[in-house]
Write a protein that binds this ligand. Structure first.
Ligand SMILES: C[S@@+](CC[C@H](N)C(=O)[O-])C[C@H]1O[C@@H](n2cnc3c(N)ncnc32)[C@H](O)[C@@H]1O
Length: 294
């Protein structure tokens, strides 16, 4: 680990990457790519930090309180970035909220990969239309990473997976599960079909096929399409799907939260192609042996 540097003044420019973390609009302005680089994002909490370290992305700095530094010592060994040490009142003054998780890390964004390249290496993917809630997006990524989806593809109006709250709620899986955007929308869904995927739309519609009765054919490459809270999948997307799948509910007029629906559907998709040897509990929730399950 590079030696730690104490920060006692909230105005210290070394912690500029961590200001106004609760303000999504301000953060969008601060984090976007510019002439000076690819932009950056902030990961919060130990799981996110561990997945960030495992991802190999360039880390700009780590900002940590003393308690967390003691537990993170081994994780930070070999880190080639400043480790800034602050007490909780200073962290709070910089971030704008109490940083209970005790650790933040700033890292470079990266150019999004071409969808065809992402799909070439994938067999089971999620396609998300206009998911504009950072927590729902984080929940979906957490399930995608934990249950073994190969990639997540986002419509242009989905919110930013690298916004701090998405990174935290995803437990850092936004840094492990390959993702990119499909543009223009919805025309670019054709790229998914051309890559050999069948398109299965998840909908609460009572006349759709029950999910429990469905299983992908052996070797079938499947894209699960999920829509936003409120509108759900648009008619244009439903129209291009090969099938509509539903998780039957007691009250047919209701719907599930999209994160809950995604978890159930991801399980239905991946359980039918489960590996022959059982997965150890810790391995199923990590993309790296270095990631703690605590
Ligand atoms: C809150 S729902 C949207 C509800 C919207 N009124 C509709 O009819 O689709 C958000 C997304 O979660 C998924 N979803 C929610 N409940 C579902 C269910 N019972 N079966 C399958 N998918 C569901 C769908 O992908 C949906 O687009």
């Amino acid at each position: 680990m590079s030696s730690t540097a104490p920060v006692t003044d909230p105005g210290d420019p070394r912690v500029d990457d961590y200001r106004d973390l609760h303000d999504a609009r301000a953060r969008r302005r601060m984090e976007r790519p510019g002439d000076d680089g690819p932009g950056f994002f902030v990961a919060e909490g130990r799981h996110a930090l561990q997945r960030l370290l495992a991802s190999g992305r360039r880390i700009r700095s780590v900002l940590v309180d003393r308690i967390r530094l003691e537990t993170l010592g081994a994780d930070l060994a070999g880190l080639d970035a400043p480790v800034l040490l602050a007490d909780q009142p200073t962290l709070r003054a910089v971030a704008g909220f109490p940083v209970h998780r005790g650790v933040l890390a700033a890292a470079d964004r990266w150019p999004l990969p071409d969808p065809s390249a992402v799909l070439a290496a994938a067999r089971r993917v999620a396609v998300l239309e206009d998911i504009n809630d950072h927590e729902n997006l984080g929940v979906i990524f957490r399930s995608a990473g934990s249950l073994g989806l190969d990639a997540v593809l986002l419509s242009p109006r989905c919110c930013d997976p690298l916004y701090r709250r998405s990174v935290r709620v995803s437990m850092g899986h936004v840094l492990g599960v390959p993702w990119t955007r499909l543009e223009p929308w919805p025309e670019a869904i054709a790229v998914v079909r051309q890559a050999g995927f069948s398109l299965a739309a998840l909908t609460p519609a009572a006349d759709a096929e029950p999910l429990a009765g469905w299983a992908p054919a052996p070797g079938e490459r499947v894209a699960l399409l999920l829509g936003a809270e409120g509108p759900g999948l648009s008619p244009a997307v439903l129209a291009v799907a090969d099938r509509r799948l539903t998780i039957p509910m007691r009250a047919p007029a209701d719907s599930l939260n999209v994160g809950s629906a995604a978890a159930i559907a991801f399980y239905a998709l991946t359980a039918t192609n489960a590996p022959k040897t059982p997965i150890a509990p810790s391995a199923s929730s990590t993309s790296s042996a270095a990631i703690s399950t605590k």
